[in-house]
Every structure is written in C-alpha cells, then in structure tokens.
Design a protein around this ligand. Sequence first.
Ligand code: S3P
Length: 434
Amino acid sequence: MSEIRKVEFIKPVLKGELVVPGDKSISHRAVMLGSIAEGKTLIKGFLDGEDCLRTIEIFTQLGVSIQRSGTVVTIDSPGMQNWIQPTGDLYAGNSGTTARLMLGILAGSKVTTVLSGDESLSNRPMDRVTIPLKEMGSKIQTDKQASLLPLKVIGTTLNAIDYIMPVASAQVKSAILFAGLNAQGTTTVTEETVSRDHTERMLTYFGAEVHSGGGRVSIAGGQTLRGMEVHVPGDISSAAFFMAAAAMLEGSSVEFKRVGLNPTRTGIIDVLREMGAQIEITNTTDENGEPSATIVVAHGNLQGITIGGELIPRLIDELPVIALLATQAMGTTIIKDAEELRVKETDRIAAVTNELKKMGADIEATPDGMIIHGPTPLTGGVLSSYGDHRLGMMAAIAALATTGAVHIEDPSCINISYPHFFEDLNKLTKNQDK
Ligand code: S3P
C-alpha cells in the first residue's frame, strides 16, 4: 500500500521567516549551462529536489564532472563538444523541464542518446518540442506513433529557424534556444504571450549574445560559453503555497527571504494583492541577472477575481493553490485560458476540482480552467496527490483550512520540488501538526 500522511491543525496561524528552496527552473538551467560551457561552474542555493537531481545525473552520464554537497554544486565540464557517449538511457524521471530542454540540447550534440521518463512524463506531449527541432534538421526517433518518451536523439548539425510558438511554454522556447546555440545561422523564437525568461537571462550571463524584446528572442549559433558562479534565488512557486496560506489565515504574517522576483514569474503576487492579501516587498537585489527580494505576506479579507490571458504563464504552477485560496474568498473566482494545466504532471484541472470537491468546495472544471464560488467551509478526508508535487502541497495547505484531518496519499512526490516542505509547514505553524 502506498504511503499516507496525516496533516491536522486546530485554529492555525502562520508566523515567522522562511527561506524557501532554490528555484527549480533556474537550478535546472544552471546545471545545463554549466555542463554546456567549458570549465568550472559553481552553483549556490541549488534545489536538491528529485527533478533537478535527474538533470545532474544525466550530465554525469555524459562525462561532465559534477559534485554536490547539499545545495552547493560544482561542475567541471570539458564543454559539450567533448561529452562522452553514455551507456544507458538518460532518465528524466518526472521532470518535464529536464526532458524538453535536454531534447533541444542533445539534438545538436555529438552523442546519440535515449531519453526516457516515468509513467507521467511518458504520457506528456513532446511533439511541441520535436516538431520545431525536426524543422531544424534534428534526428529524433520514437517507436510510438506520437512523439512520446522514450525518444532516441542522434546528435547532428542543425539549421537555424524562425519559429512562432503555438503555446506559451518556456520549456519549448528554451529547447529551441539551446538547439539554436548549436545551429548554423540565427534562430528566432516569437511568443504571443511571454513565458518565463530564465534561459535568455542565463545564456547572457554565461557569455552568449542573445537579443530579446517585443516577444522575440534571437540567438546566433556557434557561440562558446564560459563557466560561471550562479546564486539561485528561492522559488516563488514553492513560496506560493505558504503565501496563499498566510493570505488565507487570520492573524498570519510570513516573511520570505531572497525569493526570486523575475517579472515573468510574479503573477502570484499580483493575484494575492488583487484578492486582498497584504504584501510588502523590500531588499530587492539582482544576482546573475535574476532579481530577488524579501516579501512579507499577511492575511487580508479575500475576494474572488478573474484570472486569465497574459497572467496565466506568469503563475501557471501556482494555479492549484490559487484554486484552494479561492474556496476561502468571498464571491466567484474564474480561472480561464489555462488549458496547459491539463498536460502538467497530471491533469491539474481535473485533479484540483476532484480533490477540492471532496472537501466540500463549490468548484466546477471548465475546458480551460475552473470556476470557484466561495467562501465554503472545508472538511478533512483522504486526498490524492496523483503523484504530482503541487497537488500534494495543495492538499497539505488545505489542511490548514479544514475541520478534521487531511490524509494525503503518496505525499513523497513533494520531494520533487520542496524536500523540506513539511518541516517548513510545521515551523510556521509552531508545530501544531498532530
Ligand atoms: C518550466 C516551465 C513551465 C512550468 C514548469 C517549469 C521551466 O512549463 O510549468 O514547472 O522551467 O521552463 P511550460 O513551459 O510547459 O509552460
């Protein structure tokens, strides 16, 4: 039988300071660029969650020397021209970012590899990446009809493309830019709705010339990168769970230190403010091209709002906990234009709706989002994580608002992005977890 975790609180209040784990997107990219570059890279504040460890493991198989001590990673790479032919499959586990970005990197490499993943990842669409990569001349093969993992990638010479993205996806944009780095000519990606821009920022930081503006990003092929020191800020998508909890619980106030504040990721701040939470931002700094700051979130009387359009890519991973928050807000919250949620680690529209309904929420799934009427009291019960880290954390945060205990099935998936989640939850609630 799979593991179950009981989470129960009586009149919880969240107080204190938190340093959330390193940003997942930036941690992946720091390992990728440190391995593509020649020489030494030092990463501090690395997210030691399962997804990012998969990325490290893959580059180790490619002959890159990588040492990790907790959240400090040192990389000594011979440069991607000198990677070795790996013996086994490159296993991306549950990590969509690892799989999709690696396809772009491996397409223009000198090695032949097979990229595989767990059951969830093996059912997630890869054609959004393989279609543009094939246009660039890549050799990617699959036994299955659709472009699903496992995929064989025979590294080859690539040609630049000018690509208009059909979906707002930083994973697709990044895969094309990485392929563009090794292609002949200048590759340009055009986005209708801007997605997170960590790849562009980090490529520039590692010495590449990248031009972006007006929804277009261009990179010339054949550029060499040098190893760098990267300080990873805290992950706003992880902080979001406790931000939502602080906003929801009367008397709560939590200070988050050094949280990443890249404008392509701060939709959660806009939403919390619009719903009525109190937010203060101080100590803004910039390290390796990424802004971060101290953020204090305190309770406010929450109102339902409409969330859609250009905001969606800026908070895509936060929508499960925003849906939970909406069950405690006055009035109707409409989440729309978020059909991408259906192809995440699980179908997050169906999963969030099912689990919140079980607790008594008034929530309805739509093809591209959810409609939630609040406030409704929530009751405890057995909630499934669906093996999806963000669903598992949403269930634990829901326990702060329920009468009775929440039992979370398969809670260990939370290690994918937030290994010390329950310690932090207990710290902020002063050990009210029974
Ligand atoms: C990510 C991009 C987003 C996000 C994922 C991480 C990235 O996915 O949901 O958790 O690091 O580029 P999409 O690009 O598919 O929207």
